[in-house]
Design a protein around this ligand. Structure first.
Ligand SMILES: [Zn+2]
Length: 150
């Protein structure tokens, strides 16, 4: 495994090579930021991407439901959970890390979007199947804005 800190990508703002975990040397862009203005001297102004709440809910759900499925499976009530549970947990954790729980998406390199996709799709399907619970989680999100800092 290579050190993730050494992975490079093209800056989404100006196109030069940069480290994924750092910021662009030329314009200052980093993953999770969107350019809002460009001045004549070439410097850009950025704002944070808005949190993608549905993604965050989907990632949470696939991780939690995966854990529940595994526990239920181990307790003998559904063998499928022993296999599906860990897969869901892994997909959820990968999506969690890649999107930083819904904080970054537009600026992500496509390979990171693909890596996050299984967790997002599985979580999205779960979120739609259990809409009342999804609404409650959304409500908790809006009541706890500081939770963003996690
Ligand atoms: Zn740049």
């Amino acid at each position: 495994m290579t050190n993730s800190g050494a992975k490079t990508m093209s800056c989404k703002n100006c196109g030069i090579d940069m480290y994924k975990d750092g910021h662009c040397d030329a314009c200052g862009w980093r993953i999770g930021w969107m350019p809002v203005a460009q001045s004549s001297d070439g410097t850009s102004t950025f704002v944070m991407e808005p949190r993608h709440k549905f993604q965050a809910v989907a990632v949470l759900l696939v991780t939690v439901i995966g854990a529940i499925a595994f526990i239920v499976g181990v307790s003998g009530n559904g063998v499928a959970g022993i296999f599906l549970g860990p897969l869901m947990i892994i997909a959820g954790i990968v999506a969690w890390k890649k999107t930083r729980l819904g904080k970054v998406w537009q600026g992500l390199p496509s390979e990171d979007k693909w890596a996050a996709l299984p967790g997002l799709l599985a979580g999205g399907a779960i979120a739609i199947m259990i809409i009342p619970i999804t609404i409650i989680i959304f409500a908790v999100f809006s009541m706890l804005p500081r939770w963003d800092q996690l």
